[in-house]
Ligand binder design. Structure first.
Ligand code: ADP
Ligand code: MG
Length: 723
């Protein structure tokens, strides 16, 4: 298919797109949670004592008596069958970062030759999907195939709809026969528990004795691109690598910022409306939708939830986004950098911690200097980010996210923390011996009498910081668009567990030494801010000056996945993960191996695809154009017109450049090897990326010379603006 053809098809799709004016009959509010086996559904269907036990597990983290599973399974099955489900699936989250599911029918033949719907407690509690082909980083060989899924009571089951039949989905963990975690959920739950234990210990020191649990909350803002599907199918690079490996910069990109928060095109808005509805059905509280910075780029953000549930919902959200986009003739791209030179897509993970009794523990109130408890939690986070910056960076490492971090785009690969003016000032005062005042939040003068005054926050925002305090939560802005939020949340919970443990130990020791509680708090706050204040940075994270300053402060600047993953060999990180029971050394090492393996493979696939497209699409187009030019020149000469075509000369140079670079790339691909995943990844980084880029540069140069009707790939401006 030629580029110009897909352009015509896409234009046709856009210009003939008709909004069907069939709205949705059901009010949006009524759809919320319709497909979820919620607490209220359980309440109406379970015996009282069973419901009480299950809700104690969900709300308070209490262990669940497995003998109650039969009751839940039976109620769940009846509910699912009433909802049209014929199958059930244990859904799990392997190390690939994707979602996996294996469906089984409810129906089992009975002795009379008929079939009976069966679903027992033991089937709810545990499954054995084998699933030995998932990457496991050496935790098991394929001959050791046993892998188990286990019901996660804290994340509700739901119905996955399909016009042909529905499926009951049960969120689960996925572990090996030896009990080692083969997934992202197991360590997420373990990290949550470790954090909760230390946070409760700290709250008790502050005099709160009526606490059952402390949970971490997460709200992930998801950026994405939409393009017309005709373009997608005309771009083999998008289809195999999920990003464009070629493409000259458009003459108009995002420089006017005219797309950001702009009017949303009808087709896109219709997609968003249907997406919200689908998410609502699954109990996913979609809240915000808008255009993002780049043309063709958008964002969706749900209301935050407990991090385990937010994780499962986030995974389901990504799948649903792709499905719904297809219904509107579009493809949803979740890659971190689908278009070079154009804003990439991140996933900002907002997090806080709290519980039903105390609410949000990161809420500073109007006078944070008086709110000791808030300051202590905040200090624990500052300490954690400083001490475990390498872990945070490794939690978001991937070949695709490397295009954002440490490249020419925010946030930088240096993990620092932004506190805002008010809080930074409070900690400054603490470092100097004690905080006496908080800068007040104010009122914004508008200069228009008819407008009511607007309240100003006490601190401004900083878009360039990877880890920013935003009023009552922290926002980890470095995760990538396509990534699971499990790893960042595991890292955050883990560093918090250790930091809170440190704070508690210090406070307990001070009490033994006879210090008053206030003095003990001031002492630990001061110690932390003096030792770890280096990680606080409120300036421009994009500037070159920051790169230099960060180095003098001794902060890590890990630009690539290879550098970032090496952090998992650091004794402090191994110790953190194993001593709090989150990941054993073997489990941690396995994770490192999987990330590096996936990194190397992703780059190898990109390199091969680059060569393939250059060979079979770009070079033929370029030589065809040269033939045309040569023919024109010959005809002109025959007709007595003596005119050189300078383009032919330029083409000759550009094509031979491309040929040379392709030869080098081919050789580099042939030489891909490594005795370990580390050396393979290193090879991909050093020997594949640069030569792949060279081929791209040579090709992009040709794109700006070759006749438009001969160019075989849809261009950037077409893909980004015809929507
Ligand atoms: P912005 O773009 O201004 O950062 P958005 O409204 O797009 O804000 O997204 C903010 C995200 O932060 C939402 O998902 C929201 O639910 C989440 N959030 C708000 N408060 C908290 C909190 N206390 N803990 C965790 N996440 C939160
Ligand atoms: Mg936002």
């Amino acid at each position: 298919m030629s580029g110009s053809m897909s352009r015509r098809q896409a234009i046709e799709a856009v210009t003939t797109y008709e909004m069907d004016d069939e709205g949705f009959a059901e009010p949006l509010a009524d759809t919320f949670g319709r497909n979820v086996f919620t607490l209220s559904v359980m309440k109406s269907r379970l015996p009282k004592h069973v419901f009480k036990a299950v809700s104690a597990t969900i709300d308070k983290g209490a262990p669940l008596d497995p003998t109650l599973a039969d009751y839940v399974a039976s109620a769940m099955k009846d509910w699912a069958i009433e909802k049209g489900a014929s199958h059930y699936a244990h859904v799990f989250y392997p190390l690939t970062g994707f979602t996996a599911e294996k469906h089984d029918s409810f129906l089992e033949p009975d002795s009379s030759g008929a079939s009976l719907a069966e679903f027992q407690g033991k089937t709810l509690l545990q499954g054995e999907p084998d699933a030995s082909s998932f990457p496991n980083g050496g935790l098991r060989g394929t001959f050791e195939a046993r892998g188990y899924t286990g019901w996660d009571v804290t994340s509700p089951a739901y119905i996955l709809e399909n016009p042909k039949g529905n499926t009951l989905c049960i969120p689960t963990i996925f572990i090996s026969w030896t009990g080692e975690a083969l997934d992202k959920k197991t360590p997420l739950l373990r990290s949550q528990q470790a954090m909760s234990k230390q946070a409760m210990r700290l709250l008790k020191l502050f005099g709160h004795t009526d606490i059952d649990t402390v949970v971490s909350y997460a709200g992930a803002e998801q950026e994405y691109f939409l393009i017309d599907r005709h373009f997608y199918f005309a771009r083999p690079d998008l289809m195999t690598a999920n990003r464009t490996l070629f493409g000259a910069k458009p003459s108009k990109g995002q420089e006017f910022d005219d797309h950001y928060f702009g009017a949303i095109p009808d087709r896109v808005l219709a997609f968003m409306i249907e997406l919200d509805r689908e998410l609502f059905k699954q109990g996913i509280p979609a809240k915000t939708r808008h255009n993002e910075v780049a043309p063709g780029q958008f964002e969706i953000a749900p209301v935050f939830e407990k991090s385990n549930l937010a994780h499962d919902h986030q995974q389901l959200m990504m799948t649903t986004m792709k499905k719904v986009a297809e219904r509107y003739g579009m493809v949803c791209l979740l890659h971190e950098k689908p278009f070079a030179g154009v804003n990439g897509s991140g996933k900002h993970v907002n997090f806080s911690l709290g519980n039903n009794n105390q609410g949000n523990l990161l809420n500073p109130g109007d006078t944070p200097h008086e709110n000791e408890q808030f300051l202590v939690f905040c200090a624990a986070i500052i300490r954690g980010v400083h001490k475990y910056g390498g872990l945070l960076r490794s939690s978001i490492a991937s070949a695709s996210n490397d295009h954002r971090l440490g490249a020419n785009e925010a946030p930088p690969a240096i993990i620092s923390i932004f506190l805002g003016e008010q809080l930074a000032d409070v900690f400054d005062q603490i470092a100097k011996g004690g905080a006496k005042a908080s800068k007040a939040s104010g009122v914004i003068e508008l200069g228009v009498d008819t407008l009511p005054p607007l309240k100003a926050d006490a601190g401004d925002r900083n878009r360039t910081s990877p880890f920013a305090f935003t009023g009552n939560r922290f926002e980890f802005r470095a995760p990538g668009s396509n990534q699971s939020i499990a790893d960042p949340m595991i890292a955050i919970n883990a560093m918090l567990a250790e930091s809170l443990d440190y704070v508690c130990t210090s406070l307990e020791k001070s009490a033994e030494e006879g210090l008053t509680f206030d003095d003990a708090v001031q002492k630990v706050l001061e110690e932390i801010i003096v030792e770890h204040g280096k990680v606080v940075f409120n300036g421009d994270g994009y500037s070159d000056a920051w790169q230099e300053e960060a180095a003098t402060r001794g902060l890590l600047n890990l630009r690539t996945t290879v550098d970032a993953m090496a952090q998992l060999d650091e004794p402090a990180i191994k110790e953190l993960m194993s001593s709090y029971g989150i990941l054993s050394e073997r489990e941690l090492k396995a994770r490192k191996e999987v990330v590096l393996e996936q990194y190397a493979l992703a780059l190898l696939v990109e390199a091969k695809e680059t060569l393939e497209v250059a060979k079979t699409m770009i070079l033929p187009a370029a030589t065809r154009y040269m033939g045309e030019l040569a023919g024109t020149q010959a005809s002109l000469k025959a007709a007595g017109v003596d005119m050189e075509t300078p383009v032919l000369k330029t083409m000759t140079v550009a094509v031979s450049e491309l040929n040379d670079k392709m030869d080098i790339l081919e050789e580099a691909i042939g030489g891909f090897h490594g005795d370990t995943v580390e050396t393979e990844a290193e090879y991909a980084l050093k020997s594949l990326i640069p030569v792949m880029n060279d081929v791209r540069v040579a090709s992009d140069r040709l794109e700006s010379i070759v006749a438009d009707d001969l160019w075989p790939l849809p261009t950037y401006s077409e893909m980004l603006t015809i929507l």
